[in-house]
Write a protein that binds this ligand. Structure first.
Ligand code: ZN
Length: 361
C-alpha cells in the first residue's frame, strides 16, 4: 500500500521546496509539533521531493524514485523509528538485531502505512545509533542524495554509558557526510538532547485545520459522517489522534496520573512540564482528563483509609495519613470540571488547578 498523501503543512512545504531548489536546505532539520500531525510524513515527503526525478515544487508521485519512496523501499532512504531495546549481549549482535527489528517495522508499514504511536518503552538505543553511523558511512546506492529520518528523536537514549557512540553521533550531525540529510522529529524540542538540538535547524509545524482532518478521514476511513464529526471534534487538529481515539479513556488516565505525579514532586520544572506538555484544545479531551483526575484522587482517598485501590495511583498520594488533603484536591478538580463546561481556556484552567493541587497535596 502506498503512503497516505501528506495532509496540510502548506507553508512548511513551500519553504522546504524553495530551500531544496535553491540548494540552501540545512543538512540537519528538527521538525517539531503536536503528535499525529504528520511530522514523519512530512519528512518522507521531503525525501521524495529530493529524490524525485522531475524536480518540481512537489514530488511528481509517478517517477521511479517517487514510487520507491511511496513503497518505503528507496535504498537511500533510512527511516529510524523507536523500537524495543535489543536483547543480545554482544554489541555487534545488538546492531544486527536492531537492523532486523527496523526492517520488520518497515515491512508492517508497507502493509499498513497508518501506524499507531510507538510503544512507551520503545527507544533509539545505542545499537540504533551505531546502525545509523554504519549506514551514514556508506555511499549512496542510487548515486544521489541520502536521507536519514529519525522519528521521535527525544527517544534517543542519553549515552553516558557509551561516550564514543554519543560523540560519533554529534560529529555526524556537526559535519554530516556530503549529500546526506538528517531529519529529526519530536513533539517537544526541549526533550531532545541539547547537544543535538543545537546542531539542527528547527522547523515548527502546527496542528492541522479541522477541515484537513475531516478530508483525510473521509478519504481514508469508512466511518459514518457522524463518527467523522465526532472524531474531528476531539482530534485537536491531529490525524493521529483522530485515528487512535479508541484509546481515549486510557489516555485520559495516563495524563491524569502524569499530572498527579508531577504535582506530588511540588512546584518546579516537572510540574511546569506536565502543565505545558498537553495542549487541550479539545474540550471533550480536557473534561475526560479531569474526570480521570477525580477518579484517581477518589481512589487514592479510599487507599489512605485502608481500602483496596482498584487502579494505578501515584504511590506518594497513598502516604497521606488521612484522606483530607485528597478530598480537598478532589474539590478543586470538581470546581475546575464545572468551569471547564463554560468558556474558559483549558490551558489556563489547568495551570491554576496544578498550583492548587500542589498546595493541598
Ligand atoms: Zn517523482
Amino acid at each position: 500500500m502506498p503512503l497516505p498523501p501528506l495532509t496540510g503543512h502548506v507553508e512548511a512545504r513551500r519553504r522546504l521546496a524553495k530551500a531544496v531548489c535553491g540548494g540552501t536546505l540545512p543538512q540537519v532539520l528538527l521538525l517539531t509539533g503536536p503528535t499525529g500531525i504528520g511530522k514523519q510524513r512530512l519528512a518522507l515527503w521531503l525525501a521524495q521531493l529530493i529524490f524525485c526525478e522531475r524536480g518540481g515544487e512537489e514530488p511528481c508521485g509517478s517517477c521511479r524514485a517517487c514510487h520507491l519512496v511511496d513503497g518505503l523501499s528507496h535504498a537511500d532512504l533510512h527511516w529510524f523509528v523507536p523500537i524495543p531495546r535489543p536483547k543480545a549481549g554482544d554489541p555487534d549482535k545488538q546492531v544486527d538485531e536492531t537492523a532486523e527489528a527496523l526492517a520488520g517495522v518497515m515491512e508492517e508499514r508497507r502493509k499498513q502505512p497508518l501506524y499507531a504511536p510507538a510503544d512507551g518503552m520503545a527507544s533509539h538505543s545505542i545499537a540504533t545509533v551505531r546502525l545509523l553511523q554504519r549506514r551514514a558511512s556508506l555511499t549512496s546506492v542510487e548515486g544521489g542524495a541520502r536521507v536519514f529520518i529519525i522519528g521521535e528523536a527525544d527517544r534517543l537514549v542519553p549515552q553516558e554509558s557509551s561516550p564514543e557512540a554519543a560523540n560519533a553521533t554529534l560529529k555526524l550531525l556537526e559535519e554530516p557526510p556530503q549529500g546526506a540529510l538528517f531529519v529529526l522529529t519530536t513533539l517537544d524540542p526541549r526533550r531532545v538532547l541539547p547537544t543535538i538540538r543545537s546542531r539542527a535547524a528547527p522547523i515548527r509545524l502546527n496542528r492541522l485545520a479541522d477541515d484537513e482532518v475531516r478530508g483525510f478521514l473521509r478519504q481514508h476511513t469508512e466511518w459514518s459522517p457522524e463518527k467523522i464529526e465526532e472524531r474531528v471534534a476531539l482530534a485537536a487538529g491531529s490525524i493521529g489522534q483522530a485515528l487512535s481515539q479508541g484509546d481515549e479513556g486510557g489516555k485520559a488516565y495516563r495524563s491524569a496520573e502524569q499530572l498527579l505525579a508531577a504535582v506530588v514532586e511540588g512546584r518546579g520544572p516537572a510540574l511546569e512540564r506536565a502543565l505545558s506538555q498537553v495542549a487541550y484544545s479539545a474540550r471533550g479531551e480536557f473534561a475526560a482528563m479531569l474526570d480521570a483526575l477525580a477518579e484517581t484522587l477518589g481512589e487514592a482517598a479510599r487507599g489512605t483509609m485502608g481500602h483496596p485501590v482498584r487502579r494505578a495511583v501515584p504511590q506518594p498520594l497513598l502516604r497521606h495519613r488521612s484522606p483530607a488533603p485528597l478530598l480537598q484536591a478532589l474539590e478543586r478538580v470538581a470546581e475546575a470540571r464545572e468551569a471547564a463546561s463554560g468558556n474558559v481556556n483549558p490551558q489556563i484552567l489547568l495551570a491554576v488547578l496544578g498550583e492548587e493541587l500542589a498546595e493541598v497535596l
